[in-house]
Design a protein around this ligand. Structure first.
Ligand code: NHR
Ligand code: GAR
Length: 214
């Protein structure tokens, strides 16, 4: 059995998708939020999952917050720590502690648009495709080895909200898939890249209409 600790900051729909996927061999040991008001905490509690808050505003330094978060996480002996809409950048010490067992979902096709406001920036750049990426977390923000990506088309009349919604639907497919691969021991980091072994689902999902006819 693999223990997961999921870190959230808000709505928690990706956490919800992972919980609902009921992945064999995976136990959600806890959901921890840095924001007391995170809506996702109620869903987790309703599903009998331990919830905790480590409020970053109660800490006067990033190091002190990271240390408090690490003790809360460690208490659940996680095999995998899952950032699901977690909005605080983590320091090198935290990342090193969970090296190879810390993953994030980022709402862009990395390495395009690391950081915040990805949908707005994709629209500004005029890209034709956009998407989401699940990656292992390294000290360099949004630059870790890529596990799986999903691609969506950008429509001429998209705004930030419509594009975010299309991407989010795909996030809910790829994040449980990435966790499943991890639990099955199919995702290994080699030379800074993720090697998948014996997978039956492609490592890129999503749909761009018309592409197959082009
Ligand atoms: N930490 C490390 N070290 N590496 C990564 O790749 C990380 C990470 C922590 C979070 C998620 C990430 C994303 O997917 C993530 C990846 C927050 C910020 C940010 O600037 C940037 C990237 C991500 C998450 N946060 C502000 C900060 O000052 C706060 C913003 C807020 O609270 O609303 O930490 O995009
Ligand atoms: C998701 O789109 C996730 O990719 C993104 O925030 C949303 C969280 O939704 N993450 C980041 O932007 C990290 N900086 P959720 O709380 O419903 O899962």
């Amino acid at each position: 059995m693999k223990n997961l600790v999921i870190l959230i900051s808000g709505r928690g729909s990706n956490m919800e998708a992972i919980v609902r996927a009921a992945i064999p061999g995976v136990r959600i040991a806890a959901v921890i939020s840095n924001r007391p008001a995170a809506a996702g905490l109620a869903f987790a509690a309703d599903h009998g999952i331990a919830t905790e808050v480590v409020d970053h505003t109660a800490h006067c330094s990033r190091e002190s917050f990271d240390a408090a978060l690490a003790s809360a996480v460690d208490a659940h002996a996680p095999d995998l720590v899952v950032l699901a809409g977690f909005m605080r950048v983590l320091g090198d010490g935290f990342v090193a502690r969970y090296e190879g067992r810390l993953i994030n979902i980022h709402p862009s096709l990395l390495p395009s648009f690391p950081g915040l406001h990805t949908h707005r920036r994709a629209l500004e750049a005029g890209v034709r495709v956009h998407g989401a990426t699940v990656h292992f977390v390294t000290a360099k923000l949004d630059c870790g080895p890529i596990v799986i990506q999903a691609v969506v088309p950008v429509a001429a009349d998209d705004d930030e909200a419509s594009l975010a919604e299309r991407v989010l639907r795909e996030e809910h497919r790829i994040y449980p898939q990435a966790v499943r691969w991890f639990a099955e021991g199919r995702a290994a980091i080699e030379d800074g890249k993720v090697r998948l072994s014996g997978v039956t689902v492609p490592a890129v999902l999503g749909c761009v209409p018309g592409l197959e006819e082009a």
